[in-house]
Design a protein around this ligand. Sequence first.
Ligand code: PHE
Length: 344
Amino acid sequence: MKEAIDLIFKELADLKAASQKEVEEARIRFLGKKGEVTALMEQFRTVAPELKREYGQRLNELKKAAAAKIEELKEAAEEAAVAAAPKEDLSMPGDAMPLGSRHPVSIVRQQIVDIFRKFGYDVAEGPEIEDDYHVFEALNFPPNHPAREMQDTFFVSTGHVNPLLLRTHTSSVQVRTMESQGLPIRVVCPGRVFRNEAISARAHCIFHQVEGLYIDKDVTFADLKQAILLFAREMFGPDTEIRMRPSYFPFTEPSAEVDVSCNICHGKGCNICKGTGWLEIMGCGMVDPNVLKASGIDPEKYSGFAFGMGVERIAMLKWQVNDLRHYFENDMRFLQEFATATEV
Ligand code: PHE
């Protein structure tokens, strides 16, 4: 038995195992149920009593040495396995994060506002839920006046003198500006407006406007025309022409609709301008003296002009979009076309 023990000690000393699989094989070979060390432990029962003490000690040492050796080989094999595993490639390109972009309506609203800021206009904002006074009354719409029918209104509360409603135009912000700000006034009022209209390719119940108001001494229709012409050229290109057609709004007198020369066919006539060579872009006029008076401004001393345009309409003309509903459906394929369209 002594030789057998010595032999296994020697074997252990020479034992090598490169892989985790080989280590496991070695463990089974020495310490498994039928392993060499285990077999000697079995044999130990038959050893003569006077030798038990000596052999017992040796055998225990052998068992410990075998376990330690296997453990040592196991750690080495594990380290080798980690070292051999394929490394992460830190130079691999990352997954690109999809970038958001501004909505085309926001882009155009900002462009309109920026153009007027260059001309020295301030920006004013006001509430979307308004009262009848600021949307109609102060703008020279008498009660029951048929002109109120021009703008089908969503009412929030009815039945009293000054009902709450969703503003149908941002002219209400101009009234608030006249009430609260000293003269002269030069503001643009961008914002969302609401009209009870059937949704179609040309109309929506929610859309965006930029309206403008200029009040000072000696403001004339010529000033209005010049402001609109300069705006149109900034927005649609330096060759753009405008024309004005007489129109009617309760809050301006005289009033006009403004057309720009068609930027697609350059006046030759195409299906966007319906063969006329002109595209309607806004309403405007000289502020009615009644409107000035309602906000405490003396129409004998001051005069002014106002204008208002739909942002979606300008965006449709600029980018030749033929259906207004695209701006509200948020189809990514449509929106992505404008991802880089931050310039005029
Ligand atoms: N408020 C008018 C509208 O919403 C537009 C407009 C503004 C017309 C100012 C003339 C002057 O239709």
